[in-house]
Design a binder for this molecule. Sequence first.
Ligand code: UTP
Length: 301
Amino acid sequence: MGAKIRKAILPVAGFGTRVLPATKAVPKEMLAVFDRPAIQYVVDEARAAGIEHIVFVTGRNKSAIEDYFDVAYELEESLRQKNKTAQLEDLKPTRLEAGAASFVRQQYPNGLGHAVWCARDIIGDEPFALLLPDMIMVPDSGAPGCLEAMMDVHAAHGGNVIGVSAVAPEFAHQYGIVAVGAKKTQGFEIADMVEKPAIGTAPSNLYINGRYILQPQIFNILETQERGAGGEIQLTDGMHKLMAQQTFHGVEFQGRVYDCGDKIGYLRATAALALANGGFSADARAALAEELAIAAARAGS
Ligand code: UTP
């Protein structure tokens, strides 16, 4: 039912203040999560779900992202001359095909809704995916990626689709939470959504996890939207308005979500992705166990 989703927006213009000082001169999205920048995992997820074109909404100090997804001619030539084929292979997913990426500037981080609106001309009049690049999704064994699962629900129901994950009820007030309506064979109708509900009032334990499929009418809404919480143009406010006109479905992601925009989330992601990396998993496990034992011994002495 839903038209094919070809384009995805990855907003990367935020200041990353929760992970300062690491993000003073290096974009948050370029911090290495084990052996590759956080954003590589998210681009991989988008492409695995069939995305053909990525629109990066960037800002000043973010040019490393554009360079990272380009060809690195001197480096690659040097690796070729030295027959370093494994390293050349490692670089393959970092090269986006010519013309398959666009970069648009958000001159000041005025909020996620504003960042999305900055991509309006490049997206045009078609539904699109939105992936927050500081959220890394690791599917359970055999489960599809988060966006891939959402694509199926969009194909079945059309409209807007939001990725959700379960959160312990005592933390629900820190997130955007959805109210669950009618269950469908795939996913469920979203009856409402509440940004950071007061403690004890959350309509469910399912939070909006950073993956969206949205209809282009969101751009008209964001265009005239007033500033919301924090003086920023909030995407949730815009989606709330769009709910009056269009359907929203939720899909619960089968896997782990790591928020790399938070210091402990970033630490967890680094450990988890090292442990999940076939070639390094045993060594990573031994190294982490040893560090934990050393830290415990120091704390006890
Ligand atoms: P976050 O709120 O997690 O990112 O936005 P932030 O603003 O960088 O984080 P803190 O609170 O200062 O630590 C989610 C994503 O949206 C982008 C961010 O770069 C991040 O990837 N974003 C956010 C923008 O591109 N523009 C904005 O105005 C806000």
